[in-house]
Design a protein around this ligand. Sequence first.
Ligand code: FAD
Length: 313
Amino acid sequence: MTDSGVREVIVIGSGPAGYTAALYTARAELKPLVFGGAIFVGGALTTTTEVENFPGFPEGIDGPVLMENMRAQAVRFGAEMIDDDIVEVDLTGDIKTVTDTAGTVHRAKAVIIATGSGYRKLDLPKEDELSGRGVSWCATCDGFFFRDRDIVVVGGGDTAMEEATFLTRFAKSVTVVHRRSTLRASQVMQNRAFSDDKISFAFDSEIAEIKAADGKLAGVVLRDVFTGKTRDLDVTGLFIAIGHDPRTELFKDQLELDDAGYLKVEAPSTRTNIAGVFGAGDVVDHTYRQAITAAASGCAAALDAERYLAALA
Ligand code: FAD
């Protein structure tokens, strides 16, 4: 095990929150060390194509290109990037330690956690390869691309009802597919969905197969969970709304999490329950879950860390 000295700040995560925290702390001359993950460098936006709602790009921008640009901007001001996972942390002392997969221990006075959250998947063949090509996890992000299309939404909770209702602004039709015979969503959300003419329901059903043609979604096969009977559903949009899991496993014994496992911060600040540890982006945020809100809270975490470090000096 080697030891690489005490840094001012370490950032864990290379999505919009992590890179923005890196940019701000780098410009404050804090020489941040950024752990970007071993396989998910650039975060969630690297799994999509066109991003049309990040301000500053009137024609839209490719998700991976946007993330490359954010990285380059942070590196330009001196952020150091290591594309590896952190597998162990000790955040409790004045000097925090994080350990990478090679067993190297990195020490810093402040740590910004921006590990994001993962959308739950159906775990079906073609699901990943069609992400951004008909398969989506975010109606706010992608609904606009589905004008006059037939869409299926999977899920039975509030998020699924919200996504389905929102999508009716664009879609020709929305079919909600749910494994049970009743919804989990709140009554008010159910009522809104039930009273919408564009929304229909396939209860006791699940997606058995995702079909592709020319690299795009070309329909799904539904299966009745009781009879096993299948039927084709002719759709060109599939929105998966079965929840997300914040990446907080590493921190759960040291930092306060809420009931859903998200990092708790003293809002509107990004301070966690441990001095010198800050949380930003989707690992904290249940509500907005957008690139711009993640970037904004990365900025806030950097400023909070900067002030914390200044007070130590
Ligand atoms: P993420 O982007 O999820 O990044 C988390 C980072 O943490 C990753 O780099 C990962 O490697 C790293 N990490 C995790 N664990 C560790 C560890 N142990 N060690 C080191 N690193 C670790 N939003 C929009 O505003 N517009 C859109 O058009 C849009 N489209 C989307 C399309 C798709 C398919 C998806 C999935 C999301 C989309 N979003 C969109 C949502 C947006 O991508 C997220 O809200 C945003 O990326 C959250 O940023 P983040 O920095 O908090 O986390």
